[in-house]
Design a protein around this ligand. Structure first.
Ligand code: APR
Ligand code: PHB
Length: 489
């Protein structure tokens, strides 16, 4: 007996539907014996059993309503035990409790998704396990600056078509202070530019391609344990649709972000962490209004602000706020007042106002965990390093990790040499530290620090004065902005 919509066994689907968090309101089942076979307590408040006259055989469908009437689910019931013909199985729905693959990837953010696609290009199989739903992952708004290495990677995978069409080329980076603007001409200073294309758009493209290619990417699959990461055959334990499952593999890659479980699977004492927590955050908004022409970071006595964009009609704007603040604490009018002030836009004409249709908050933190591997477990992206967002390096760093790892795995699976993989942490280390250094420098240069003395503030503004007069200093900043995440494939 299977759930005709999601193809879950009814023994799984029905109890799931009855869990408190499913908001089940009622469940009609025609036969008490069936209820018992499904393992459902007749006294469950979500169940209202009623009898069918004994002379009437049970019908072929069991109508089980979970949630409100519109979302109720129909379960197919096979009274003869002959079984219903199986509908085509979508590749993202695992049928087996046990699976095996070459590489188990935990997390479907940029690190995990890029890695899965890069491995596939080398003929290496992987399964991606993601604890959240597809809708949640695709809607998560984050930064949106793609360095050339990231652009090339997406294009080389054959997945850059929408980015090339919809992404905006960004040739300039502006820094504003004391009402003046330092314009960094990126192609003039470095020969390169960056592209503005939201991280969630990249994620959508990578997920779309993975699903279209029929490769395993399992949403709502929460990894709870990694068994034997130090052995040649680790096992990943995860929960999917209320059922405990396992995935055996040669390598596990933890791409599960800062709060994931992979880093914690490494025994204590192996990994050293380095952290700086800032006492401020960024309040981010998406606005229906044309953006200002160049990405502009501003340093104002009241704090940092950033004007970026997502399209020619959508602005992406940020304000430095205390770490303890909440997006809902800010009225739209307060956001606009603060943006105009910090941008030195005194007549309120430069930063165009419009409907604020999305708000989020990001805490600022610098974090490095080293080494990035333990036995056959590798860690990539936010799982092992977090940059403060000034400089927009988070996704680019994650992609660079995935590229180094994919290269090492390709060498291993084609010739059996582990040398590249063994050097993974070492190879990433300097790039990661350099990226953290740059992001921390830009954060220090542009934000308001409560602990700053008038002397510190004077130094900060003088540094900006110096940059405004020195092409060499401008080139140094521009160069790191466009190509810190370069790695060889
Ligand atoms: N099981 C399965 N998936 C998990 C688990 C778990 N136990 N824990 C976390 N995840 C998933 C999260 O739901 C998330 O989708 O791992 C994914 C991690 O993705 P990201 O946070 O996007 O991290 P990463 O891929 O390293 O990308 C780094 O994202 O956070 C931004 O600024 C950061 O731009 C950078 C980029
Ligand atoms: C963005 O466009 O979201 C963005 C741009 C620059 C940053 C961070 C985020 O430093």
């Amino acid at each position: 007996m299977t759930d005709s919509i999601s193809r879950r066994p009814a023994t799984v689907g029905v109890p799931l539907a009855l869990r408190a968090e499913s908001s089940a309101q009622a469940c009609f089942i025609c036969d008490e014996a069936i209820l018992r076979r499904l393992g459902i307590d007749l006294a469950h408040p979500g169940v209202m059993p009623f009898s069918v006259p004994p002379e009437q055989p049970p019908g072929p469908f069991l109508d089980i309503h979970a949630g409100d009437w519109e979302t109720s689910a129909m379960l197919a019931f096979d009274p003869d035990g002959a079984g219903w013909p199986d509908p085509p199985q979508t590749p993202t729905q695992p049928r087996e409790m046990k699976m095996k693959t070459q590489v188990a990837i935990i997390g479907a953010g940029p690190a995990g998704l890029f890695l899965a696609h890069l491995l596939k290009r080398h003929g290496i199989e992987s399964v991606v396990l993601e604890s959240r739903s597809r809708a949640y992952v695709e809607a998560r708004v984050r930064a949106g600056v793609l360095e050339s290495g990231t652009i090339d990677t997406l294009n080389n995978l054959g997945l850059g078509e929408r980015m090339m069409r919809e992404g905006l080329v960004d040739n300039g980076l502006d820094m504003r202070f004391r009402g003046r603007t330092i314009h960094l001409d990126l192609p003039g200073l470095t020969g390169r530019s960056v592209k503005i294309y939201g991280q969630q758009e990249v994620v959508k493209d990578l997920i779309g391609a993975r699903v279209a290619e029929g490769d395993p990417l399992i949403f709502d699959a929460e990894v709870v344990r990694i068994e034997g990461p130090e052995t040649a055959s680790p096992r990943v334990h995860y929960e999917h649709e209320g059922v405990a499952r396992t995935l055996d593999c040669t390598f596990v890659v933890g791409c599960d972000g800062f709060h994931g479980i992979s880093r914690a699977a490494v025994p204590e004492g192996v990994i050293t962490t380095y952290t700086r927590n800032y006492d401020f955050a960024w309040l981010g908004v998406l606005v229906k209004a044309p953006p200002i022409p160049d990405m502009t970071y501003t340093n104002h006595d009241r704090g940092f602000a950033l004007c970026s964009r997502r399209s020619m009609s959508i602005s992406r704007l940020y304000l430095q706020v205390p770490a303890s603040d909440r997006p809902e604490n800010w009225s739209d009018a307060q956001i606009w007042d603060e943006l105009h002030t910090r941008m030195f836009d005194t007549d309120r004409t430069e930063v165009k106002e419009g409907e604020i249709f999305q708000r989020d908050m990001a805490q600022l933190r610098a974090f490095i965990a080293s080494p990035m591997q333990y036995g056959n477990l590798f860690l990539a992206g936010d799982a092992v390093h977090i940059v403060p967002p000034t400089g927009a390096k988070g996704m680019n760093m994650a992609v660079a990790d995935a590229r180094v790892l994919a290269r090492g795995m390709a060498a291993y699976f084609s010739g059996g040499s582990r040398a590249g993989l063994d050097r993974y942490s070492e190879e990433c280390g300097l790039r990661v530290w350099k990226t953290i250094r740059y992001s921390s420098y830009m954060t220090g240069l542009l934000h308001r620090f409560n602990e700053h003395s008038p002397f510190d503030r004077g130094m900060q503004l003088t540094e900006l004065e110096f940059i405004s007069q020195s092409e060499a200093a401008q080139r140094t900043i521009a160069e790191q902005y466009v190509k810190l995440s370069d790695v060889a494939d």
